[in-house]
Design a protein around this ligand. Structure first.
Ligand SMILES: [Zn+2]
Length: 434
């Protein structure tokens, strides 16, 4: 009988998943949910499909615990961003295996981790795995757009399906080499994404007689510059402090944090820089729709990322100081994320014990994400300790960062296997979590 290694099993499943087009919008994640269900059920894992609408299904699978020990959720999403085949060397939905890499949209973000999580579940079930608490696999829809079909909907409508004390999700696992030392980053917190609009009012008029109008676009121009030049008063939160302690050997004062990190390695400075305060980035502007009409209204959209522990009200006050003297209305568009899990937890010990096994000289460091993932839904709903960790050491993090949401996305089979080994390790270490 031919035996298939777990590595080949994960690669095969990943290639299948990439061939299912789950670009969101529209998503069609049911394609992936059904494929995963067939695979997991064939391996004796009980599955349940939850869908707000038939074509946007979430799959939850479970190896029930024999007691009331802590539950561990392996969380992932099956939707992807779009891909323009014209920019790619290979068909983005080919799932081609070339030179030890699986190519295709979603290979890194995040069908690779979906496949690794599913193979970890299936292989543990075949091994007769048992733990005091449930081991749960959730492959969710709609992470990339967040229109209420995925984990957000699940925690509201079917909380018992995904309730867990611990969760492993995307958003970390990069291996950084800084000043000759190796670090694996584990994301434990995320900034809040809270974009807003600044609305500037004027008076319209014919563009051939500008003196008679009050041009809202012209009034907005210096405001765009002032918003773009904003630098928050820096502060060092717990995750950045732990990162700096590990990388610099001390926690420098907030004003020196970037230069101290940069002195160790430029990359460390780049990592720390956006994590010391709220950032504002004006990204869109809208005024007149007609060349010869002077606009009476101009809207500036500002991408705003707020540190955990800070509020939108505080940011409004800062914006008021930045735009002092100008007249405008501020409208919040939405607010998501801005949650943290403690760095000191049994799940942290599990991550450290894995890294100690595969690379004893390397150190695990926490990271605050400047972006956000689905982790905040589960932290907010259940107080779950959720980390982003899928270790990757063969592909350089700079290369991976360039491929995510971009052309020629692909994952190293060695990294897929490493990630799967970590997920199996985490599940097996579950019984020792208090
Ligand atoms: Zn993702």
């Amino acid at each position: 009988m031919a035996t298939v290694s777990l590595r080949d099993e994960a690669a095969g499943l990943l290639r299948d998943l990439i061939r299912l087009d789950t670009v969101n919008p529209p998503g069609n994640e049911t394609l992936a949910a059904e494929h995963l269900r067939a695979y997991l059920e064939a391996n004796g894992v009980a599955c349940e499909v939850y869908a707000r609408v038939p074509e946007r299904a979430n799959l939850v699978a479970r190896i029930p615990g024999h007691g009331d020990g802590p539950r561990l959720l392996l969380l992932s999403h099956t939707d992807t961003v779009l891909a323009d085949p014209g920019e790619w060397q290979l068909d983005p939905w080919s799932g081609e295996l070339r030179d030890g890499q699986v190519w295709g949209r979603g290979a890194l973000d995040m069908k690779g981790q979906v496949a690794a999580s599913a193979v970890a579940m299936a292989s543990l079930a075949r091994d007769g795995f048992e733990a005091p608490g449930d081991l749960i696999f959730a492959a969710c829809a709609d992470e990339e757009v967040g229109a209420g079909f995925g984990l957000q909907w699940l925690v509201e409508e079917h909380p018992e399906a995904v309730r867990a004390e611990y969760c492993i999700n995307e958003g970390g696992g990069d291996r950084l080499v800084l000043d000759g030392r190796a670090f694996y980053v584990c994301s434990t917190a995320e900034k809040m994404s809270a974009p807003f609009r600044i609305i500037v009012h004027g008076r319209s008029g014919h563009a051939s007689r500008p003196g008679m109008a009050d041009n809202a676009l012209v009034k907005a121009a210096p405001m765009v510059e002032r918003l773009g030049a904003f630098r928050d008063e820096p502060e060092v939160g717990p995750e950045v402090a732990a990162f700096l302690q590990a990388v610099c050997g001390e926690v420098p004062a907030a004003l020196e944090a970037v230069s101290a990190a940069r002195a160790v390695h430029p990359l460390a400075g780049d990592i720390v820089e956006p994590l010391l305060g709220t950032t504002l980035a004006p990204t869109e502007i809208e005024a007149s729709k007609k060349r010869n009409v002077i606009p009476n209204r101009c809207e500036i959209t500002v991408d705003c990322r707020i540190l955990p522990g800070h509020t939108q009200e505080e940011v409004e006050a800062k914006v008021a100081r930045v735009l002092e003297g100008a007249e405008y209305d501020l409208e919040w568009i939405e607010a998501q994320g801005g949650t943290r899990s403690p760095v000191d937890s049994p799940l942290w010990d599990v991550v450290e014990s894995f890294v100690a096994e595969v690379e004893p000289e390397a150190q695990v460091v926490p990271l605050l994400l400047s972006g956000f993932t689905d982790s905040h839904w589960i932290r907010e709903a259940f107080g779950t300790i959720a980390y982003g960790f899928f270790p990757m050491r063969t592909m350089e993090p700079e290369v991976a960062a360039r491929l995510i949401h971009s052309a020629d996305e692909r994952i190293e089979l060695d990294d897929l296997e490493l990630g799967m080994r970590f997920l199996r390790h985490a599940a097996s270490a579950l019984p020792s979590l208090p």
